[in-house]
Design a protein around this ligand. Sequence first.
Ligand code: UFG
Length: 326
Amino acid sequence: MRILVTGGAGYIGSVVVERLLGAGHDAVVYDNLSQGHREAVLPGAEFIQGEILDRPAVEGVLRKHKIEGVIHMAASALVGESCENPAKYYSNNLITSLTLLEAMRATGVSRLVLSSTAAVYGEPEKPLIEESDPTRPTNPYGETKLSFERACRWYEQAYGLRFVSLRYFNAAGATKLCGEFHNPETHLIPIILQVAAGQRPHVEIFGDDYPTTDGTCIRDYIHVSDLAHAHVLALDYLKRSSGIFNLGCGGGRSVKEVIAAARKVTGREIAVRVGPRRPGDPAVLVASSEKIKKEMGWVPEKQDLEIIVASAWEWMQKKAVVSPAR
Ligand code: UFG
């Protein structure tokens, strides 16, 4: 299929493009490069720099490239920032996404895979979150993603949109070709590895007084390559139905456990300080991924936390050799 990938120059987007090309699809990346990187777009994909809010431009791309489906990943995705600046999240995650839907409707493109998030659930009521559990976001990031999922449901009913929403848990790790590079970096694993590499003095643990076994937050880390694979499966699923799916591995790891894994992988000391909690952070977010396994046949291949951390470490070192200035 010919797929438009919004946000395809970003961390997860670049790996999704890698998997799409590997599966024989054509990928057209549409990205404004506000967070993504031109060099993250693999040579096999076409690249167009543009804004989703420029609806005529999006419609032009959908028509010109005879796009058959859209994977919509362009978004702002930081929990903490969303609490400080909700306006940015309503604009970047909701207004843009609705504009995209309208462009799709105007051009007759009816298949959409969208990046959603575990943050739609808020504080979960049970250890493994299922898709049917209550959605009560504790931050504007989750709220705006949930609002767009809901819009998709109504568009499905009224206009025949087919959509798969993938509620990502914590994407991490790298492939040989693509990996994580945010500026500024806020995510746990790259920050820990920057400390290991001597680029930062210490990792700050955001709170060690949570009601968890060691007091630090628990998250479900999923290798970005496994996460990307789900998008390829979702395109196939769209031929049959719409649906909402969790995308995590079902194994919760605490912040302290991630730091311990990184010490083992890198063989380096990683200095730690404990700071206050970060606003909007739920204590535990772990997926039940039974639904996607059952309905799409998705199976994670790289569940081991050390393998995930090692792939990120390898990527970081390779990147330092290739582009020492960054
Ligand atoms: N953390 C620290 N110190 C840091 C950075 C993070 O202690 O310097 C902690 C956070 O408080 C959290 C955990 O490490 O408990 C993971 O934090 P990340 O920032 O790496 O990831 P988040 O869990 O905040 O967010 C990620 C994605 C979101 C998604 C969410 C769903 O970035 O898009 O997972 O779980 F919504």
